[in-house]
Write a protein that binds this ligand. Structure first.
Ligand SMILES: NC(=O)c1ccc[n+]([C@@H]2O[C@H](COP(=O)([O-])OP(=O)(O)OC[C@H]3O[C@@H](n4cnc5c(N)ncnc54)[C@H](O)[C@@H]3O)[C@@H](O)[C@H]2O)c1
Length: 225
């Protein structure tokens, strides 16, 4: 799929991986709808308010919010070509804390599932109608969906959705990133492989997957370790 002139919706695009992918896609000439609970910080690389970017404060688990976002995308850009799901919440708590004798909170686990997995499903199901409205391009492609939250959950979803949507010219993939933290990548570590992944590695992989039609129905592992 050609990135320049295409319209992508990125959830969780205010920070981290989603933001890094947004920067790459903007540089390549895409139009973007960014959905996030928090407003992104503006900086020299990424000027929100740019006429090619629509930012909406949206909870990905809300049917009403996401439907409004699809309508707003259609009104502003006239179409939607792809979806990148990066909205996520995390917990670093262990399954059982052997010091405090506390098990992991079920409430936190349910929250993670709700945002990372159900939120991803919610956005996909409400975006497909718009993707299917596109005329197929020269390669027969109408759209692309890339998921990254709660890897183990979306890996199962990816292969079955890719089968279901293949005949519509819509590809579905997921990216399974390793641990990413810019602060970890000091000058000496950057000279070694494997090193810790950077959000910009994720952005470059998203660009590569969109551009190459041979990626479909699979999980792409982004880690050198
Ligand atoms: N960073 C890592 O080391 C790492 C490792 C493996 C997998 N991942 C996966 O990559 C994805 C992105 O990670 P990241 O490091 O960019 O995280 P991040 O915290 O930087 O970004 C997540 C974004 O999602 C937004 N968000 C949270 N709940 C939301 C909701 N209900 N509606 C809309 N937006 C919401 C947050 O505001 C935030 O901007 C996640 O899916 C994560 O599971 C990250």
């Amino acid at each position: 799929m050609l990135i320049s002139g295409s319209v992508f919706l990125i959830t969780g695009g205010a920070s981290g991986m989603g933001r890094a992918a947004a920067e790459v896609l903007l540089q390549e000439g895409a139009h973007l709808t960014i959905l996030d609970l928090q407003r992104p910080l503006q900086d020299a690389n990424f000027q929100f308010g740019h006429d090619r970017v629509l930012f909406l404060q949206v909870d990905v688990t809300s049917e009403k919010d996401v439907l409004n976002a699809m309508d707003a995308t259609k009104r502003k850009f006239g179409k939607l070509n792809g979806v990148l799901n990066c909205a996520a919440v995390f917990s670093t708590a262990p399954i059982y804390d052997f010091k405090t004798l506390e098990p992991h909170s079920k409430q936190i686990f349910m929250k993670i599932l709700d945002v990372n997995l159900c939120g991803t499903f919610n956005v996909i199901r409400l975006a497909i109608g718009l993707l299917a409205e596109n005329e197929p391009d020269a390669d027969g492609e109408r759209g692309i969906i890339i998921n990254t939250s709660s890897k183990a959950g979306v890996i199962g979803m990816t292969s079955s959705l890719a089968k279901e949507l293949k005949s519509w010219g819509i590809r579905v993939l997921d990216i399974a990133p390793g641990v990413s933290n810019d602060d970890f990548v000091d000058a000496s570590a950057a000279n070694m492989l494997p090193r810790t992944e950077k959000p910009s590695d994720f952005g470059q992989l998203v660009k590569c997957i969109i551009a190459n039609q041979m990626f479909n129905g699979t999980s792409v592992r982004l880690t050198a370790t």
